[in-house]
Ligand binder design. Structure first.
Ligand SMILES: Nc1ncnc2c1ncn2[C@@H]1O[C@H](COP(=O)(O)OP(=O)(O)OP(=O)(O)O)[C@@H](O)[C@H]1O
Ligand code: SF4
Ligand SMILES: [Mg+2]
Length: 333
């Protein structure tokens, strides 16, 4: 779906929805410790991803993006909250049923080969999901691998080569071919282009956009900064210390950020918007520990606009307009 305004999106079908999702990791402590402490990696996040859109999550390292992505795909159990995918509640779904749904939700990682045998040929890497799920074998499998390689812009005559014989961008294309092999509805791309050179990044982003149109895919795209996701996203969610602090259409959010943290993320972009008239928020210091987050607004220790109210009162994520939500007592717009 091409940058549809959110008020029109409200009529669209939701593909993936998380409600009040929490994911806490227990911290290992000494046997004598009485109070179990937790890393609150995702702390009460609700969001909807619509069919055919690209929703991106951005935020500094440790803000909980990957954990949220993994929980939404049920690769992790939830601490609390609920998740539905294509109208099915998958919060506590049985593993056998989840295996079927899993085919429709695929993941592309930054380094798609870290978990694969480097001695596997490309044809085996791309064909493995077809084999495991008994989708195709023999000539049919071979033809499907050729089709998938062509779809992602790889030369099928190289199907008997090994991963190390391909460039970083080509390897990412192999990862994409594998991810679309089972005709999924949804793809989580976690830092899928972050390690690539800028020009290669653009090519892979264009490929993903192209495949979205052709195959009707919905994406959850994860990156640190807004710059990478700007050209692929319809909407963006900004995460800080386990919370969603702003959600909106990408261009609107980029041009007129409402949350001081979003503004700070844009200021740290290599090419900030020169027409932005707002005072720039510069991020100082490290992100605090998610095991002991600051009181009130979690951003108050680094926010130049913080008041006593911010230290004591937690701002809820509320609608600013029908295309934007923000969790700040004093939004910038
Ligand atoms: N399996 C785990 N066990 C314990 N703590 C974890 C686990 N996975 C993540 N965390 C912690 O949860 C917090 C959020 O991590 P997460 O990887 O989700 O952040 P992120 O936003 O994806 O960061 P990055 O941009 O570096 O990938 C971090 O403090 C991290 O150390
Ligand atoms: S609530 Fe206060 S501390 Fe938090 S972002 Fe808004 S102004 Fe800054
Ligand atoms: Mg991550």
């Amino acid at each position: 779906m091409e940058n549809l305004p959110i008020n029109q999106m409200n009529n669209r079908e939701v593909l993936l929805e998380g409600r009040n999702v929490k994911k806490y990791f227990p911290i290992k402590e000494g046997l004598l410790s009485r109070n179990q402490k937790f890393v609150k990696a995702v702390d009460d996040v609700s969001l909807k991803i619509y069919k055919g859109e690209t929703f991106s999550l951005v935020g500094e390292s440790g803000s909980g993006k990957s954990t949220l992505g993994r929980v939404l795909l049920r690769l992790y159990d939830l601490t609390s909250g609920s998740i539905s995918f294509d109208g099915v509640d998958i919060t506590s779904i049985k593993p056998k049923k989840m295996r079927n749904i899993r085919k429709e939700m695929q993941v592309i990682y930054q380094d798609p080969f870290s978990s694969l045998n480097p001695r596997m040929k490309i044809s085996d890497i791309i064909g493995e999901p077809l084999e495991i799920n008994k989708i195709a074998e023999g000539v049919e499998k071979h033809n499907r691998i050729v089709e998938l390689m062509e779809l992602v812009g790889l030369d099928p005559t190289r199907m008997n080569h090994y991963p190390h014989e391909f460039s970083g961008g080509q390897r990412q294309r192999i990862g994409i071919a594998r991810a679309i092999a089972l005709n999924p509805k949804f793809i989580l791309a976690d830092e899928a282009v972050s390690a690539l050179d800028v020009s290669v990044q653009a090519q892979v982003v264009n490929l993903l956009k192209d495949l979205q149109q052709k195959l009707g895919l919905t994406y959850l795209f994860i990156a640190h900064g807004l710059n990478i996701v700007r050209h692929i996203s319809d909407r963006v969610g900004v995460m800080y210390l386990g919370n969603l602090v702003e959600v909106g259409e990408v261009e609107e959010l980029y041009k007129r950020p409402a949350h001081p943290y979003t503004s700070a993320l844009i200021s740290t972009n290599p090419t900030p918007n020169p027409r932005s008239t707002k005072e720039k928020v510069i991020l100082k210091g490290e992100i605090p520990s998610p095991s002991n987050p600051p009181s009130g607004c979690r951003f108050h220790t680094r926010c130049p606009f913080a008041t006593d109210r911010c230290k004591n009162e937690t701002p809820e994520l509320v609608a600013l307009s029908n295309s934007r939500s923000v969790a700040c007592h004093y939004p910038l717009v």
